[in-house]
Design a protein around this ligand. Structure first.
Ligand code: 9MG
Length: 278
């Protein structure tokens, strides 16, 4: 049997266990950790701690994508992200860069980033080419509309079928443009133009996305859907985030994108021990 892999530049991840992608937002305005890691030293220390806690990848973002967020200039995003990529790539840490801008993608890859995580599924002109040329892994995420307006009454004919069809079409466009199939992951984009009911239906049916054969990424950590279910504030959503991560991996999700790396790694270890005795 062929072992499933996810290829990200010089890193090849064997997908025989779920991977943990730690979140490092170097923005003043992200919904959960906005402002906490704008200071470069603190950002580096946090990345190293997440790695020590068992993160397989660290996702660095220099532009907030929370509902209502305003876009950031390319030069500002580069200033926020590139020094971190250079420093952490030199320590052989596998890095994703969360960006929608082809110039940032190119610069990040040249500085040693292994993966591009694009909430716009590489829709900007030149984005697919930037990734194809650099050999990075890509995460294609679904979003309805833009962060500024996405949570204003999102509507789907069939949320699972619509999101799946979009992601498969984007993945095939990437393959046609020269990105290797094993370098592509897909992500339904929890909270990006979705109601609580949409998010729950997507999570319940995430196996439909797994069945495409592309590794599936799930980002539920601390999101407002978890707050709506539990009544907890952002800072109190860690247990809910662990439950969501477990629900995702139990349905075949390959990568969970999380704030609480140490706790998620522990939860997944217990889940794996129960499932397969390791
Ligand atoms: C940047 N970002 C914020 N939420 C995300 C999610 O759910 N998935 C991915 N891939 N990126 C996200």
């Amino acid at each position: 049997m062929r072992v499933p892999v996810f290829c990200c530049g010089r890193f090849t991840f064997v997908l025989t266990r779920p991977l943990v992608m730690g979140i490092l937002n170097v923005t003043p305005d992200s919904f959960s950790d906005g402002g906490r890691y704008v200071d470069r030293k603190r950002a580096l220390a946090h990345a190293r701690q997440m790695r020590a806690d068992g993160a397989d990848l660290i996702d660095i973002g220099g532009e907030s994508s929370r509902p209502g967020a305003t876009p950031v200039a390319e030069s500002e995003e580069l200033d926020r992200v590139l020094p971190l990529v250079e420093a952490l790539a030199a320590e052989n840490i596998a890095l994703a860069v969360d960006t929608r801008k082809p110039a940032v993608m190119r610069a990040a890859a040249a500085a040693g980033a292994a993966m591009i995580n694009d909430i716009g599924a590489l829709s900007a002109p030149g984005a697919i080419e930037a990734c194809a040329q650099s050999g990075v892994g890509v995460c294609l995420m679904h979003m309805q509309r833009e962060p500024m307006t996405m949570q204003a009454a999102p509507v789907y004919a069939d949320v699972v079928a619509d999101v799946r069809a979009f992601l498969v079409a984007r993945a095939e466009a990437c393959v046609a443009a020269g990105i290797a199939r094993e370098c592509i992951a897909i992500d339904p984009g929890f909270g990006f133009g979705k109601t609580l009911a949409h998010n729950l239906e997507l999570l319940r049916s995430i196996g439909t996305f797994v069945a495409t054969g592309f590794p599936v990424v799930a980002g539920l950590s601390r999101k407002s859907s978890l707050g709506a279910i539990t009544g907890r504030s952002v800072d109190e959503r860690m247990p809910a985030s662990l439950a969501a991560a477990l629900a995702a991996v139990a349905r075949g999700v390959a990568i969970v994108r999380v704030h609480d790396v140490r706790e998620t790694v522990d939860a997944l270890r217990v889940w794996r021990a129960v499932e397969s005795g390791i």
